[in-house]
Design a protein. Structure first.
Length: 331
């Protein structure tokens, strides 16, 4: 079996705030006399359930009290992605979580500065998908779209959304239509906690180019068939789904079943330091161990992520050539 760290990979679902190093969180808290997020223990992050995770995620965002923290995050994430074999990433960033402290545009500008520096140091390209947090309402959503549109083509490639999946899908639909009219892509979360109907509603209202998670689609055979026929990729994060309690074990996770049904599925890390410090190599290793994937299978999954990305043709070609070279090398 080949070393999975050296497999060139595209990461399509990682939240930048949730990718902050634990050591950095502790340093910022100590230096500024801030409270430590309650879920950050001596052994690492711990959560009682999904809502507890969200509370801790917001507490993590609150430690970023200086714009320099966003530049630092951009640089450190590039280095951490490079260490797990990621060459290209499309990352979620939630402007609304920081606007009250820093304004709507300043954090993403600082973050883009850091990502540019990090790319120079590591060669890793990171593009952004500003994220509407549906629970914060329409005003925050409108501002998030403004952020995405301002930097479209200059580091931003898509508009995303997260937050509640159980209600409130339709009101945000016009924002995604406006984003797509402006050339951005649509990458909403759906079908992580709510059932297949949430994915159906997302398909109808958000014109998605990819769907974040989408695991609950597996419960509806007609939806699985629709996704397979459409070619819309699912940004799946199996180890994250275990950490937040969506599934009790990888054995019950539908990643492989969806793949076998012809749905385009990709492997991603979500919030790696918060979920057992499992970066993308660790996710691939878990998939290999659970589903018995061969190197050819894992290379195919890596190609699916490259193909489903919004990278330019040269970047995609570089990824796929690297994957082919990895597969051709001696194990």
């Amino acid at each position: 079996m080949r070393d999975l760290t050296s497999l060139p990979k595209a990461e399509l679902h990682i939240h930048l705030e949730g990718a902050m190093r634990v050591a950095t969180v502790r340093e910022l808290v100590q230096d500024r006399g801030l409270p430590l997020p309650p879920g950050l223990t001596a052994e690492g992050w711990r959560f009682a359930d999904f809502l507890d995770f969200i509370d801790n995620y917001m507490a993590l965002c609150a430690v970023m009290t200086d714009l320099e923290d966003f530049r630092r995050l951009g640089v450190e994430v590039c280095h951490d992605l490079a260490a797990t074999g990621v060459r290209y990433a499309e990352a979620v960033f939630s402007p609304a979580n920081h606007a009250g402290r820093h304004g709507w545009f300043e954090p993403i500008e600082a973050l883009l500065d850091g990502l540019t520096r990090g790319a120079g140091e590591t060669g890793v390209q990171v593009r952004l998908a500003p994220d509407i947090v549906r629970d914060l309402g329409m005003d925050a959503a409108e501002h998030t779209l403004e952020v995405a549109l301002k930097y479209a083509g200059n580091g931003v490639v898509a508009l995303g959304c997260a937050g509640s999946e159980r209600a409130g899908i339709e009101p945000f639909a016009p924002l995604f239509h406006r984003a797509k009219d402006a050339g951005l892509r649509s990458v909403p979360h759906a079908g992580e906690w709510a059932g297949p109907e949430n994915v159906w509603d997302t398909l109808a209202n958000y014109l998605p180019d990819r769907i974040g998670h989408g695991v609950r689609a597996a419960e509806d055979p007609r939806l699985v068939e629709t996704l397979a026929e459409s070619g819309i990729a699912l940004e799946q994060c199996p180890t994250s789904n275990l950490a937040t309690g969506v599934y009790p074990s990888l054995g019950g996770h539908p990643f492989d079943a969806l793949r076998q049904a012809g749905v385009v599925v990709t492997l991603n890390s979500d919030d790696p330091p918060m979920f057992g410090d499992l970066w993308l190599t660790g996710v691939y290793e878990a998939a290999r161990a659970e589903w018995g994937y061969s190197d050819q299978d894992l290379a195919s999954i890596a190609r699916a992520a490259a193909d489903a990305s919004f990278a330019d043709a040269d970047t995609k070609r570089g990824l796929t050539d690297g994957i082919d070279a990895w597969l051709a090398a001696d194990a």
